[in-house]
Ligand binder design. Structure first.
Ligand SMILES: Cc1cc2nc3c(=O)[nH]c(=O)nc-3n(C[C@H](O)[C@H](O)[C@H](O)COP(=O)(O)OP(=O)(O)OC[C@H]3O[C@@H](n4cnc5c(N)ncnc54)[C@H](O)[C@@H]3O)c2cc1C
Length: 332
C-alpha cells in the first residue's frame, strides 16, 4: 500500500473512504470490500439506526431485528471482506490532485474516492420529558412506525401542512388521531384546514407542559390550563438536520431541501465524490439507504476500474501476476 507522510501522522492511502458507518456506509463497505478495494469506514458512532429497537420493514427479518444488531452485523460482514474501520469524526476535507485529504479528530486520511454517508438528525419535539420515549412511543416516520401503532391513540406534534398530512395518513392505522400544535400558530394552508374539518381531526393549540409516560411508553399529554389528553404515542414533524457540511465544503450541490444532489449512481457534481443514504434526497429508510450504499459502491468500483485502464495502473498488477503466478491454465 502506498504510504505518504501527513502532517499529523503517517497515513495510508485508500481506494475509497466512506464517512459514516451507518446503514448506507456499511452496505457500500461490503460491496467495496468484495470488489477487493482498499476501503476504510470512518464513523463517529451516531447512526439513527441505533434508535430503533425493532426494525420490522427490513427484508429478510420476519421477526424484526434491532437497529443496533443490523449495524453490528453490517460491520462484521464488512470486516470479513477486508474493510478497515476507524472510530473518528471527520472535521474537514480537502481536494488534492487525485482524491481527498480528510482531517479527523484522531488523525488524517488520504483517499482516491470519497463516499459521504453522514445521515441526518431528526429534531425531537420541543416538549419536556420525552427523551426516553424516542423510538419506543415517540416516532418520526409513519412508513417506519405507522404499522406498529395500529389502533392506538396517536398525537401528531406540529403546526404545518406536513402535520396535517401525517394526521390524515395515520387514519389508515387508527381512528383516534389528534394534532397538538404546542402553542405554535398553525401554518397549514386553507386546503389543509378544510381537510382537518372534513375528517374531524381534533386540534389542541395549547402549550404542551409535559408528557406522562411509564418507562419509555407515553400515556398522556399535559397541556397548559390543566387539560390532559390520553395518548399512546407521538409523531413529530419538526424537521431534520442534514449532515452536509463536509460535502458543501468540497463544492457539492444541495437541492432546495438541503440534501446532497446525486445522480442515479450516487455521484455528486464533484469528481470522485459520492453520497448515499438519508443525506441525499432519498426517502429516509434503512433498506433504501442500503440500496443506495450498494449503488454508490458499484459506481466507485467502476470508476476506479476505468481510471486504472486510463492510467495503465492495472498493468502493474498484471506484471506482478506474470512474475509470481500462473497466468494460463495447465494443459491436460
Ligand atoms: C427513532 C427512529 C426509528 C427508525 N426506525 C426505522 C425503521 O423501523 N425502519 C427503517 O427503514 N428506518 C428507520 N429509521 C430510519 C433509519 O435509521 C435511517 O434510514 C438509516 O439509519 C439511514 O442510514 P444512513 O446510513 O443514511 O445514516 P445513519 O445510519 O444515521 O448513519 C450515519 C453515520 O454517519 C456518521 N457520521 C456523521 N458525520 C460524521 C463525520 N463527520 N465523521 C464520521 N462519521 C460521521 C454518524 O455517526 C452515523 O453513524 C428510524 C430512524 C429513527 C430516528
Amino acid at each position: 500500500m502506498k504510504k505518504t507522510k501527513s502532517p499529523r501522522s503517517r497515513t495510508a492511502e485508500f481506494d475509497a473512504i466512506i464517512i459514516g458507518g451507518g446503514i448506507a456506509g456499511l452496505s457500500a463497505a461490503i460491496y467495496l470490500g468484495r470488489a477487493e478495494r482498499r476501503t476504510l469506514v470512518i464513523d463517529s458512532g451516531h447512526s439513527m439506526a441505533k434508535w430503533e429497537p425493532e426494525v420490522q420493514n427490513y427484508l429478510g427479518f420476519p421477526k424484526g431485528i434491532s437497529g443496533e444488531d443490523l449495524l453490528k452485523f453490517g460491520r462484521q460482514q464488512s470486516t470479513h471482506y477486508g474493510v478497515s474501520f476507524a472510530d473518528d469524526e471527520i472535521k474537514s476535507v480537502r481536494r488534492r490532485a487525485a482524491g481527498f485529504t480528510l482531517r479527523g479528530g484522531r488523525k488524517s486520511y488520504l483517499t482516491n474516492r470519497l463516499l459521504i454517508a453522514t445521515g441526518i438528525f431528526h429534531l425531537p419535539p420541543e416538549i419536556p420529558d420525552v427523551k426516553e420515549c424516542l423510538g419506543h412511543s415517540m416516532f418520526f416516520c409513519k412508513d417506519c412506525d405507522g404499522y406498529r401503532v395500529r389502533g392506538k391513540r396517536i398525537a401528531i406534534c406540529g403546526a404545518n401542512n406536513e402535520a396535517v398530512e401525517y394526521a390524515l395518513g395515520m387514519l389508515s392505522y387508527s381512528a383516534c388521531v389528534v394534532i397538538a400544535t404546542n402553542a405554535s400558530k398553525p401554518r397549514w394552508s386553507r386546503k389543509h384546514a378544510k381537510w382537518l374539518r372534513e375528517y374531524e381531526i381534533p386540534v389542541h393549540v395549547e402549550k404542551i407542559t409535559g408528557v406522562d409516560h411509564r418507562g419509555c411508553q407515553v400515556c398522556g399529554l399535559r397541556l397548559k390550563g390543566g387539560t390532559k389528553v390520553r395518548i399512546d404515542c407521538i409523531f413529530t414533524t419538526r424537521g431534520d438536520v442534514f449532515h452536509t457540511g463536509l460535502a458543501e465544503s468540497l463544492g457539492a450541490r444541495l437541492d432546495e431541501d438541503g440534501q446532497i444532489e446525486v445522480d442515479h449512481c450516487m455521484r455528486t457534481n464533484v469528481p470522485r465524490l459520492y453520497s448515499a443514504g438519508c443525506v441525499t434526497p432519498a426517502n429516509c429508510q434503512m433498506i433504501i439507504a442500503a440500496g443506495q450504499g450498494a449503488a454508490a459502491a458499484q459506481a466507485i468500483n467502476r470508476d476506479l476500474f476505468e481510471e486504472s485502464l486510463r492510467t495503465h495502473s492495472l498493468r502493474r498488477l498484471r506484471e506482478v501476476q506474470r512474475e509470481h503466478k500462473r497466468t494460463e491454465p495447465k494443459e491436460i
